[in-house]
Design a protein. Structure first.
Length: 178
């Protein structure tokens, strides 16, 4: 039976606390939008499918790639460069050539004969705040994000390997501090 896996970078520190406040308040004030279906994250791979028994292959590949990339590792590992508002999508713009190279190394190391689909790396780094929301909520969501989320706040990051279950619940198999 195949499982659905993904690799995310998730914020920690002050920015994570601000995002938690933003998501709770946006849910209370505006109701759910598509971003509420996920934890705050930057997607590093698309979803991919493999057997549960293959998970250690991916964990080792991430371990090895991260150990190789540690020197030199920038600080911060991922930079927040802007709080951006488009008509149907609000997000934090992120930059990290280092993380992009790390994920290329992961892809090259993660060899599984049972994986159903290719590892698709993401090259547009961002953290979604709101999307698939009614147009009339644009101004309120924009105001709330600008009030609560300061893109200049200190941000730590964790690399996380997740399985998403059919009921949309999640299992995090391992976390690495970046």
């Amino acid at each position: 039976m195949t499982r659905e896996f993904i690799v995310y970078a998730c914020p920690t520190g002050a920015i994570a606390a601000q995002l938690a406040t933003y998501f709770q308040r946006s849910l209370t004030e505006c109701g759910s939008n598509a971003a509420h279906g996920y934890m705050p994250h930057c997607t590093l791979t698309g979803f991919f499918h493999d057997e549960l028994e293959a998970a250690p292959i991916y964990l080792k590949a991430l371990d090895d790639a991260l150990n190789q990339a540690r020197s030199p590792q920038p600080n911060p590992a991922i930079a927040i460069t802007a709080l951006t508002f488009q008509p149907a999508f609000h997000f934090l713009k992120l930059e990290s050539d280092w993380v992009l190279r790390l994920m290329e190394d992961f892809r090259d190391r993660a060899r599984s004969d049972t994986r159903v689909d290719a590892l698709r790396l993401k090259d547009w780094l961002h953290l979604s705040l709101a999307y698939e929301f009614p147009a009339e909520q644009y101004v309120q969501l924009q105001r709330l994000a600008a009030e609560v989320v300061d893109p200049r706040s200190p941000a730590g990051w964790e690399l996380r390997f997740y399985e998403r279950h059919g009921d949309r619940s999640w299992t995090c198999y391992k976390t690495w501090a970046l």
